[in-house]
Design a protein. Structure first.
Length: 304
């Protein structure tokens, strides 16, 4: 699928192919890939890298354009058992055109930064800036899910919530690698700012992008360290909850066995005391109740 956009009145608006400054290819088919290779002379390996989720972020300089492979969070679905993954997209920056190639549609043109667009350089940096905020939004969701799972683990005896936490920890490893890889691209953009003909405003924005990406990495690192550092404690909590349950069940079993023993003793088919008295049944029942009371008092005194 192809979407066409242009810069109009400082904003990005939809348009047709003839007036488009920005072309967005979403999961391009074979015909669309062939069109990119033939019409814009893109490198086939670089184009395939833009659609490969395992590709590292990088920047390449071609004779008539620059190609940037950037890592972005993949759209999250609740059915994925709390697994957050990353994908790649490619930005091919020509003198008068910007081509974005991605595997799935992502919200690249949202946010305040796209309310004052003047040139393709602004769009290029805006897409990178928006990607960083996409990571930050996902990190907030991961933190909320982690807090919710921690509360459930405190009273749970199942491994389900622990497995979910392990999945979140795995997701953060993916994010750390992707954000770190993006950081190298951002540093190269800063080093080649004059070569890329960035204006002073673009360079200032690039400094902001660097700061935001570093903060994003630190935040993901903190969340990852917290999950990893407290995982053993959470495993112990689940085991302790199970031990408490087994202890309670054992106490209940013993509490039931005491009156059962008394009643069983007087139910034997032999001559026993009190058998000649009509009130023997109530006496035996009272003794059973008394044994339960004594055991309850002993339970409280021993603080079992």
């Amino acid at each position: 699928m192809i979407k066409y956009y242009k810069i109009e009145s400082g904003k990005i608006a939809g348009c047709d192919l003839n007036t488009a400054d920005i072309l967005m290819y979403i999961s391009p088919d074979e015909a669309e890939r062939k069109g990119l290779l033939d019409n814009y002379r893109l490198d086939e390996h670089t184009l395939n890298s833009a659609l490969d989720p395992d590709e590292l972020a990088r920047i390449e300089y071609e004779p008539d354009h620059r190609a940037v492979i950037f890592k972005s969070p993949k759209n999250y679905s609740g059915g994925e058992t709390f697994l957050f993954t990353v994908s790649s997209y490619g930005i091919f920056w020509f003198r008068d055109k910007l081509i974005v190639v991605m595997q799935e549609e992502m919200p690249l043109f949202e946010g305040k930064i796209f309310s004052r667009i003047a040139a393709l350089e602004d769009v290029f940096l805006g897409i990178i800036y928006r990607t960083i905020f996409h990571y930050l939004n996902h990190l907030k969701v991961i933190n909320m899910i982690s807090d919710s799972l921690e509360q459930k683990i405190n009273t749970s005896m199942k491994n389900k919530y622990l497995i979910n936490l392990f999945t979140l920890e795995k997701s953060l490893v993916y994010y750390l690698n992707a954000i770190n890889s993006n950081g190298f691209v951002i540093e190269r953009l800063k080093q080649h700012a004059h070569k890329l003909a960035f204006s002073e405003a673009n360079i200032e924005l690039l400094d902001d992008i660097t700061i935001e990406n570093n903060q994003c990495y630190r935040q993901a690192e903190i969340y990852s360290n917290i999950l990893a550092g407290l995982m053993d404690a959470r495993v112990s909590i689940v085991s302790n909850n199970l031990n408490i349950l087994m202890k309670t069940l054992n106490i209940i079993t013993i509490a039931i066995m005491v009156p059962t023993f008394i009643v069983s003793a007087f139910s034997m088919n032999v001559k026993i005391p009190l058998s000649q008295y009509p009130w023997a049944f109530w006496a035996i029942l009272g003794m059973a109740m008394l044994s339960v009371l004594v055991f309850s008092m002993l339970w409280r005194w021993k603080r079992w």
